[in-house]
Design a protein around this ligand. Structure first.
Ligand SMILES: [Zn+2]
Length: 173
């Protein structure tokens, strides 16, 4: 729960959308032109288009808290590869991630105390960025549902410097 004051933003966003059609260019295919899927944290500071030089239509961007490869990310990747022609998977974790600031039990207990329920899902918080990224890479490599699991690469984006650092796992060597 947060007590921060908040002015509703949706009206402003919707007003902006009203002018969008005037500068909109439709694309004729849902298949990403560069055959790439990026799985990254939802962090509002990450500009994946700027970072990787992507344009609209180039890649699937699959985002969640932490950029963790969960079962639902595997669902999206399986559809991305099998129905929409992507091959390579880039995973992006980042420094200063919110997932580093609490533990799974913290959040589970907070939810239990406030609502009377523990969630069926795992919060997937982590203490070690590189290790969590390696775990996500291994989940891709181990998935029986993906056509090109071996084409996964993992990176940590440093929000302080804008640099991208590749993380490798022994299975790739
Ligand atoms: Zn994050």
């Amino acid at each position: 729960m947060t007590d921060e004051p908040h002015d509703p933003q949706a009206p402003d966003l919707i007003r902006h959308a009203e002018g969008f059609a005037d500068r909109y260019t439709p694309y004729d295919t849902p298949r990403p032109r560069r055959h790439v899927a990026v799985v990254s944290c939802m962090d509002a500071r990450l500009d994946l288009f700027g970072l990787f030089g992507l344009d609209i239509g180039d890649a699937h961007l699959i985002r969640n808290a932490g950029g963790v490869v969960t079962d639902d990310v595997i669902r999206s990747l399986a559809i991305s590869q099998r129905k929409l022609g992507t091959r390579e998977v880039l995973l992006v974790h980042h420094t200063q991630c919110g997932q580093l600031t609490y533990t799974d039990d913290d959040l589970r207990n907070e939810l239990l105390l406030e609502t009377g329920y523990k969630p069926a899902w795992t919060p997937e918080s982590f203490k070690d960025l590189d290790e969590d990224l390696r775990q996500s890479m291994r989940r891709v490599l181990a998935s029986p549902f993906l056509l090109y699991p071996e084409l996964v690469r993992g990176f940590v984006f440093e929000v302080e410097s804008g640099r991208l650092r590749e993380i490798r796992i022994p299975e790739q060597d």
